[in-house]
Ligand binder design. Structure first.
Ligand code: SME
Length: 185
C-alpha cells in the first residue's frame, strides 16, 4: 500500500532528501508551523545558493531543484517565462512538460494574466487546466512580477488533492521574491 511518509525510489510522492534543512520529518500532511519552518530553511538555502549569482537560467534552475527536492509530495516544480503572448517552459524538475501556454490559458496562463498567485485545490475543478502530467491533482502558481509586468511564473504540481495552503503560498511568494532580488532579468 502506498505510504506517502516513506521515502522509496518507487514512491514519487514521498519525501526526498533534504540535507540542508532542520524542520520536522516530512509527511504530505504537515502542520502550518512545520511548513513555515521548512520554508524558512528553504529560503535561507536559496539565498545562499543565489548569493552573488545573477545568471537567470542558473538561478531559476537552482530554485526549481531546491523546491522539488525539499518540499514533500510534488511531482513537478519549475518555471515558465513570458515570450510575447505565451509562456515558454523554463528550468524545471519532474516529467517533461508542455512547452508553450498562451497567456490566459490553464492555471499558469491565468496566473500570468491576472498577475496573482493561484492555488488550485483540485485541478479537476479548474476549467481549462492543462494536464501536462495526468498524475497532478493540485497546483500552485506564483507570478514573477517586476514593475507591474509579469516576467513568468513559478509552477508547483502535486499528485495529492489539497496539497497546497496559505503557508505554501506565502513560502513560494517569498522564494520568488528572493529570486527576483538576485537580478539577472
Ligand atoms: N497545469 C499547468 C500546465 C503546466 S504543467 O502543470 C507543468 C496549467 O494548467 O497551466
Amino acid at each position: 500500500m502506498h505510504d506517502p511518509t516513506i521515502q522509496t525510489p518507487w514512491n514519487p510522492t514521498g519525501p526526498r532528501d533534504r540535507p540542508t534543512t532542520r524542520a520536522a520529518p516530512l509527511t504530505d500532511r504537515q502542520s502550518s508551523d512545520e511548513k513555515r519552518m521548512l520554508y524558512a530553511d528553504l529560503a535561507q538555502a536559496v539565498e545562499g545558493l543565489l548569493a552573488g549569482e545573477t545568471d537567470w537560467i542558473a538561478n531559476t534552475a537552482n530554485v526549481a531543484a531546491s523546491i522539488y527536492h525539499s518540499l514533500p509530495a510534488l511531482n513537478w516544480a519549475g518555471f515558465y517565462f513570458v515570450r510575447g503572448d505565451e509562456l515558454v517552459l523554463g528550468p524545471f524538475q519532474g516529467k517533461p512538460a508542455c512547452v508553450r501556454i498562451r497567456i490566459g490559458k490553464g492555471v499558469c496562463g491565468t496566473a500570468a494574466e491576472q498577475q496573482r498567485t493561484i492555488l488550485v485545490p483540485d485541478v479537476h475543478d479548474f476549467p481549462g487546466h492543462i494536464a501536462c502530467d495526468v498524475a497532478s491533482r493540485s497546483e500552485l502558481v506564483v507570478p514573477l512580477l517586476r514593475d507591474g509586468r509579469v516576467l513568468g511564473v513559478l509552477d508547483l504540481d502535486s499528485p495529492i488533492p489539497n496539497r497546497f495552503d496559505e503557508a505554501d503560498r506565502q513560502g513560494c511568494e517569498t522564494l520568488v521574491g528572493i529570486l527576483l532580488s538576485a537580478g539577472g532579468i
